[in-house]
Design a protein around this ligand. Structure first.
Ligand SMILES: Cc1cc2nc3c(=O)[nH]c(=O)nc-3n(C[C@H](O)[C@H](O)[C@H](O)COP(=O)(O)O)c2cc1C
Length: 376
């Protein structure tokens, strides 16, 4: 295994599909190995930056926990940056022990058009529907607009198996899933489709399933389960039936309403191992002249701008879980950019955290964070 890894980055000026096909090469695989979207071979790209991560693949568990797994850092890569098996192996080579595959569906779905990642000014967001201004250069905050695309299941099922076979046992692969339904489908269709995806991911070797109950960039019911505790419970119960004792995480968005948080904890506690929050905070995005981007539709803001609100939400949920003795872990996500941010989430009541933006902007961050946490 390599002792240093060239740093690749998601290229936000290119499409989702381009970034899917131009995933970092799998170190131990030939250029023909691995799976890409249209069945053609992966093009092996040159390194996009020359900084190196130094942690070999398969480095041993560690002193921290993620769910019940021993890990060297209590921080996973969140659902999003890891589009396929090659991205997963790359994040593992950088030193992450827990890798979450970007959300998949039971059928192919195209991505929203570019821009999928629009940098915005850094402004602390603390409620839904605020307005943020787009900026040109990279920032620690961006508007995310993919619309939960998915490759066809026959492709992602093979690819997940391919990746799992190449990870060390101490490295854990979590697959994020979402249900897909048509307006004419019956009452249970959404739960059944969530469960179908979860089962497929489990059969392909996923160590845990993360069910995405929130996506501000999609308007169909699959993306808004978090607002309907009874429906959320039904989906969680149906997934649980499909995956047995495999850990189940549920991903939630921004929820300022305490009563809804309490009802969600009551609804999900029986079937769920952990709640992951905060997916993003929905805002409108304007251009330089004040014009509305994305046709005026809300887009999920991720990165530093949502850290404080997400910390507060973790604190509130941790209190609710403790008071109700609900036995749920809370995993914090949103604006983790340093070991200190990880500590803040742990102090707020999270048992572990995830990162998307920081990993995408500097995949070598993991080495630094691990070293800094050792000095706690
Ligand atoms: C490029 C990108 C793609 C994302 N795609 C997904 C997704 O498919 N499913 C999901 O649940 N969250 C997705 N997210 C949200 C992240 O998992 C995470 O909740 C959010 O980015 C906040 O973390 P951060 O501040 O570290 O970026 C995505 C985020 C980014 C930046």
């Amino acid at each position: 295994m390599a002792s240093s890894v060239p740093a690749y980055r998601y290229d936000r000026r290119q499409t989702y599909l381009w970034n899917f096909e131009n995933a970092p090469p799998a170190a131990e695989a030939s250029a023909e190995e691995g799976i890409v979207s249209n069945g053609s071979h992966v093009r092996v790209p040159p390194p996009t930056c020359d900084r190196a991560a130094t942690t070999p693949v398969g480095e041993k568990g560690g002193p921290w926990k993620y769910l019940d797994w021993a890990v060297s850092l209590p921080c996973a890569v969140a659902a999003g940056p890891l589009l396929n098996g090659r991205w997963i192996l790359y994040a593992a080579r950088c030193g992450f022990d827990v890798l979450t595959h970007k959300t998949v569906r039971s059928r192919w779905r195209a991505s929203h058009p570019l821009p999928n990642l629009q940098p915005v000014e850094l402004r602390r967001l603390d409620r839904l529907g605020q307005t943020v201004q787009a900026v040109e250069h990279d920032r620690p905050t961006w508007a995310v607009s993919f619309g939960m695309p998915s490759q066809p299941p026959e492709l992602w099922r093979r690819d997940i198996r391919w990746a799992r076979e190449r990870l060390a046992p101490s490295q854990k692969l979590v697959v994020s899933v979402v249900g897909t339904v048509r307006s004419t489908d019956g009452r249970n269709a959404l739960a059944d489709d969530f469960a179908r995806c979860a089962r497929w991911a489990f059969e392909a070797g996923a160590d845990a399933i993360e069910a995405n109950f929130s996506c501000p960039n999609v308007v169909t019911p699959d993306a808004h389960l978090q607002h309907d505790p009874a429906a959320a419970r039904n989906v969680a119960r149906t997934i649980r039936g499909a995956i047995g004792r495999t850990p189940l995480l549920v991903k939630l968005g921004f929820l300022p309403d305490d009563e809804l948080c309490r009802r969600l904890v009551d609804a999900l506690g029986e079937f769920t191992d952990a709640l992951v929050m905060t997916n993003s905070i929905a805002a409108r995005v304007t251009g330089r002249a004040g014009e509305l981007l994305f046709d005026g539709r809300l887009r999920g803001i991720c990165g530093a701008a949502i850290r404080d609100a997400s910390l507060r939400q973790v604190e509130r949920f941790a209190e609710i879980v403790a008071r109700r003795n609900a036995g749920l872990q809370i995993i914090g996500v949103g604006g983790v950019f340093s070991a200190n941010d990880i500590r803040r989430y742990l102090s707020a009541g999270a048992t572990a955290v995830q990162t998307a933006t920081a990993f995408m902007q500097d995949p070598t961050c993991v080495t630094r964070w691990r070293a800094e946490l050792r000095t706690r």
